[in-house]
Design a protein around this ligand. Structure first.
Ligand SMILES: NC(=O)c1ccc[n+]([C@@H]2O[C@H](COP(=O)([O-])OP(=O)(O)OC[C@H]3O[C@@H](n4cnc5c(N)ncnc54)[C@H](OP(=O)(O)O)[C@@H]3O)[C@@H](O)[C@H]2O)c1
Length: 324
């Protein structure tokens, strides 16, 4: 039995991804075999493809999927064949029509959430959840800065932070993306990064902000620190422009005893209880309509290279789903 999958044999550009036959995995004890209805596209898939994040090759990229359980290995009680499920997080291997995965990484989908929405939202939405509810528990009345505000994580964060009562300053690269961020809850938008601290100063009347959520990395690190009020928290959670070089701790001291964290979804959902709590919180805000998931692009899974090109060239907005 074979399954179709995108595989990489070397690190490099989108062209290293190939649509191949791979043996259909047998679920090992504790695993479930999931037939994917939809696979999520995430920026982390680019880091694994380029080699910024290391993995053993050949490899099937992808960290997120939604579909139906078709078989389970010994000892699995959390799910059974026929269950509608979704997951996000490692190990990689989602760019395939079917994959085996530890059953305790799966969550059952509420009937109201379709597969495309699930594949679009599990990784980006659970990330928004932990960033806004735990890394810094956003409070009503706070003003926060969200980078890449029209992207996958960004559009979800804008809506969710507004729902929590925060004022969102969204940073984007074009006026069109600014409009989209505003439609999704950003109260203020800043196009480009040249005047970022000055713009934040103007918008906040000089107070600056208690937290900056920066997924851009290298290009925005210093400007983001300059947006923080004393004792503020810099959340550096991505590297779309490249990784942040080693940090001189004096930068935090000079700007008023700042805090700095470099979080990952994996840590925040490592325990099953945390995974369920984070996923249920996401299902809750989506089902009550406080957060709408924008699947603004779909590609056939076999054309994952085209999806990567679109994502890396900043042509996508919201979430993107790959269809097996
Ligand atoms: N740590 C975690 O737990 C975690 C989890 C999920 C995602 N992330 C990170 O969050 C970020 C967003 O992920 P996503 O999947 O939702 O992607 P995305 O935001 O939909 O796409 C990336 C966006 O980054 C912006 N960007 C800024 N500089 C860029 C550059 N040099 N090259 C490409 N894009 C650039 C672009 O928006 P503009 O054109 O508006 O600048 C682009 O649309 C990524 O950095 C990802 O690694 C982290």
């Amino acid at each position: 039995m074979t399954t179709k999958a995108i595989r990489i044999h070397t690190n490099g550009g989108p062209e290293v991804m190939h649509w191949e036959d791979v043996p259909t995995p047998e679920p090992a004890p504790g695993e479930a075999l999931v037939h994917h209805a939809a696979v999520g596209l995430n920026y982390i898939d680019v880091y694994f493809r380029t080699g910024l994040y290391k993995t053993t090759l050949p490899a099937v990229p992808g960290m997120e999927g939604a579909g139906t359980v078709v078989a389970v290995g010994d000892g699995v009680t959390l799910v059974k064949p026929g269950d509608r499920v979704a997951y996000a997080g490692g190990p990689i291997g989602a760019y395939a029509t079917e994959r085996a995965i530890a059953a305790d990484r799966l969550v059952k989908l509420p009937d109201a959430i379709d597969f495309n929405t699930a594949a679009a939202m599990m990784l980006q939405g659970m990330t928004a959840q932990y960033l806004l509810r735990r890394t810094h528990a956003v409070k009503a009345g706070e003003t926060i800065v969200v980078h890449a505000a029209a992207g996958g994580v960004g559009l979800i964060m804008c809506q969710w932070a507004k729902f929590l009562g925060a004022t969102v300053i969204g940073v984007v690269s074009t006026p069109q993306k600014a409009e989209l961020a505003r439609q999704n809850g950003a109260h203020h938008t800043i196009v480009g990064r040249a005047d970022l601290p000055a713009e934040v100063k103007r918008i906040t009347g000089g107070a600056m902000v208690p937290v900056v959520y920066d997924s851009v990395g290298k290009d925005t690190f210093i400007a983001s620190l300059d947006c923080l009020a004393p004792l503020g928290l810099m959340v550096s959670f991505g590297n779309a422009s490249g990784p942040v070089p080693p940090v001189d701790m004096g930068l935090l001291n000079a700007r008023g005893s700042l805090y700095l964290t470099r979080p990952s979804l994996g840590t925040y959902t490592a325990r099953r209880a945390d995974l369920e709590r984070v996923a249920n919180d996401l299902f809750d805000v989506v089902q009550k309509g406080a957060v709408k998931i924008s699947v603004n692009q779909t590609f056939p899974l076999r054309e994952a290279a085209a999806a990567h090109i679109a994502l890396e060239s900043r042509k996508t907005t919201g979430s993107t789903v790959l269809l097996p």
